[in-house]
Design a protein around this ligand. Structure first.
Ligand code: SF4
Length: 357
């Protein structure tokens, strides 16, 4: 580990002025040095044996007018996905209650829209209010927002808004042509101005270079405030999308991405997100060692498979990891509730590719 890199990264001061050369130097360290550095930063800011657990529900599926090349929900590609209109509020609340029962502390609702329409907003706001009333953290991903919409969502109690940057500004136009990078940054700015927390990350495996991976993390880390949540997705190659035959990402390169995200954004939750189904337990354990401390669980991540919740709990138990609890739960009570709920829950088909909107 080079002296300049280590002294910078081990500082608890948050930085917003990372350069490409610095970030590439982090990536290019020997693997063990990088992991040691990331784990050290992680322990300076988090309990290393706690992982935050979120559940993601698709509240409106498919027929999206955007052309994101990785996404089975885009209306531009024929992936055989069954489309669904906006779910009823009551149905969403039932799923939120189920997510809470199996230990999720945050309920994320995703809609495949370019942006929410005036007609849909009242329903969306009801969903936020209802989920909030269950004492869950609320998160939504609905596409581009204007200032009126961010104010309304914040007023309804929305805690987090997810809007991924996906990749570097340079590579972005190879992946999406229907929405600009600038529009994405503008939505993130509106979300911040309205007082909400930001969930924003990207995807590996779309044919991007190391510079692009570093470029994405620089965009995120050099925002005026770091996103509180940083989902790092491994491309799920879905037949019918333009990226169905993309090359695999070297698993160690994926772990490096998590580690560098951890070092650049020491106080953020780094989420091991879409693509976890294709990772074995050893890789997931390495991901936690690299500083990932958030996962989605439930049977599906938007429209692609996700490890079943009980398998996740078994892995947590083997690694001595506990789900990060909300303040008000005693750990044992929370743990017991999760275990009981896991015995009871099977087969919800509603959980659904976090690489969304
Ligand atoms: S990633 Fe989001 S915005 Fe892009 S096509 Fe899929 S649902 Fe639409």
């Amino acid at each position: 580990m080079s002296a300049s890199v280590s002294s910078t990264a081990l500082s608890s001061n948050l930085r917003h002025d990372w350069s490409l050369a610095e970030v590439k130097a982090l990536f290019e360290q020997p693997f063990n040095d990088l992991l040691f550095q990331a784990q050290t930063v992680h322990r300076g800011h988090f309990n290393a044996n706690r992982v935050q657990v979120s559940t993601l529900l698709s509240i409106k599926t498919g027929a999206c007018p955007e052309d994101c090349k990785y996404c089975p929900q885009s209306g531009h590609y024929n992936t055989g996905l069954e489309k669904e209109k906006l779910l009823e509020v009551q149905k969403v609340l039932e799923e939120a209650a189920r997510a809470k029962a199996i230990g999720s502390t945050r309920f994320c609702m995703g809609a495949a829209w370019k942006h929410p329409s005036a007609k849909d907003m009242p329903y969306v706001l009801e969903m936020v209010k209802g989920v909030k009333a269950m004492d869950l953290e609320t998160c939504m991903t609905l596409g581009k927002l204007d200032q009126e919409q961010t104010a309304a969502l914040a007023g309804a109690g929305l805690d987090y808004y997810n809007h991924n940057l996906d990749t570097s500004p340079e590579f972005y136009t190879s992946i999406i042509t229907t929405r600009t990078y600038g529009e994405r940054l503008q939505t993130l700015g509106y979300v911040r101005d309205a007082g909400m927390k930001i969930c924003s990350g990207g995807i590996l495996g779309m044919g991007e270079s190391l510079d692009d991976r570093a470029g994405l993390l620089i965009q995120l880390a050099n925002l005026p405030e770091h996103p509180e949540s940083v989902p790092i997705n491994m491309l799920v190659k879905v037949k019918g999308t333009p990226l169905e035959n993309a090359d695999d990402v070297d698993p160690f390169d994926f772990i490096r991405m998590l580690a560098v995200a951890r070092i650049l954004m020491p106080q953020s939750h780094v989420r091991l997100s879409a693509g976890r189904e294709a990772m074995n337990e050893q890789m997931q354990a390495l991901a936690f060692l690299a500083g990932a401390n958030s996962i989605f669980y439930g049977d599906k991540l938007l429209t692609t498979a996700n490890p079943q919740a009980d398998k996740d709990m078994q892995l947590f138990a083997r690694l001595g990891i506990k789900p990060e609890a909300r303040e008000e739960y005693a750990d044992e009570v929370h743990q017991a509730a999760i275990e009981q709920a896991l015995i009871e829950q099977r087969g919800s088909q509603q959980f659904y590719n976090a690489a969304s909107a």
